[in-house]
Ligand binder design. Sequence first.
Ligand SMILES: O=P(O)(O)OC[C@H]1O[C@H](O)[C@H](O)[C@@H](O)[C@@H]1O
Length: 536
Amino acid sequence: MTIWNKLSAQAEAVRNRPLLELFEIEARAGSFSAEAGGLLFDYSKTNIDAETRDLLIALAEERGVAARREAMFTGAKINETEGRAVLHTALRNLDGSVLVDGADVMPAVRETHARMVAFAHDLRAGRFTGQGGAITDVVNIGIGGSDLGPAMAVLALAPYHDGPRCHFVSNVDGAHIHDILAGLNPATTLVIVASKTFTTIETMTNAETARRWMATKVSDPAAQFAALSTAGDKTAAFGIDPSRVFGFEDWVGGRYSMWGPIGLSLMLAVGPETFDRMLAGAAAMDRHFRTAPFAQNLPVLLALVGIWHNQFCGYATRAVLPYEQRLARLPAYLQQLEMESNGKRVSMDGADLSYHSGPVVWGEPGTNGQHAFYQLIHQGTRVIPCEFMVGAEGHEPDLAHQHLLLVANCLAQSEALMRGRSLDEAREIMRAKGLEGAELERQARHRVFPGSRPSTTLLYPKLTPETFGAIVALYEHRVFVEGVILGINSFDQWGVELGKELALALAPVLDGSSDGAGKDGSTLRLAARFRAAQGG
Ligand SMILES: O=P(O)(O)OC[C@H]1O[C@H](O)[C@H](O)[C@@H](O)[C@@H]1O
């Protein structure tokens, strides 16, 4: 029997085993958890036992995770459909040297980083100003990987924010840029156009709008623009001075790019030193990932738990639940990271997958989610593995009593999911309320929790820049390991192309310059209704 088939059989065999039973084995919590860089990853509240873990590790070995990992770190072109290396790790290991096509890419990385640092120092110290004085506001215009990372990070590191205010515009919906620019003074605003390709229609349209807005108040709008891109020719055509263009190479995937130039808004907000602390935390996670044995390797274990739940237990989604308000944008970030990376239907060689691709990822910060969708997680008919995360310490010492409540809620949720409440326990509660007979039975049944619902918990000391960097790198590598096990290319995103092409073709139908020949009846009717609403 193959390892895959053994795992399938194992999943079937333990499907109805109560999770609490597993804790009858002494020291389960200790042996089904691992630590790195102060992060404690507890996966004991899952249905994984020693035999399953051995099989999962054997699967990772069989699928060549170690070799692929080395290939990634050393600059091999593992993004095979685009013929590119995958080197976001190089952006946070600045001292290293990595060869791509025989040439060391690191001198250029270090030079760009140094230019970013110098620019950040100048802007934060008031040496680089707007035409109306010191820069008070930074507007990052970008979408997807050119938005989600820095937007998440600026919020995550709010306690370290001592630079200009940062705003993020992504949507092509004019409401987004309108509402953000409405409160700002063009003469003291820096606009950053963040786009790896510098062709993304949303970003380029918003950039044009921002330039027109800037021109209403300043004589040289382009002087208050910066660009982050791999396309130097296009940034020049847009009129942005090369001194404020921060380039990177195609071996940085969009959704893996916040560690380099795409992180400029964050660097301006928190300063280069804090930014570099974040890089150091991520680099420490890289070293751990590259060297720790699989049984103690956080990204590998997190991936194996994910594969177990998705592929073998058949749970189609997973919830990411940070008990950390400042990680409010982490679920959205992970949606791109995980679903754009591992939402693929064919393997590396183009063959149809014979199993499911990556899961649906979603979530919200706790405790808010508890008062919204946790109902379904506790009592719905589908099982949703939960990934809790929480810091031991908050940044507000005078609100430590609130932090204690936060942690208590986090731990209580995973306990409740595992423990559940039996019908007998529910009957007891109803009896204590004075109910009896059929009414007692009916009310009790609504109060039953099936329990044995799996979760993991990531406990970290405090959301410092180092810890934040380590958490994001942990998830990046988790996605990588899952992708290798699934045999897919985690670094392309062909699935976003078709919609882009069709949107371009539909614009003339909407403005009436094309009759939309060949379009389906639904699309044409909706377009006609749009035109009618425009009075056209
Ligand atoms: O940075 P850009 O080239 O503007 O790309 C922005 C985003 O759009 C694309 O459609 C991809 O789906 C994303 O992976 C990318 O991050």
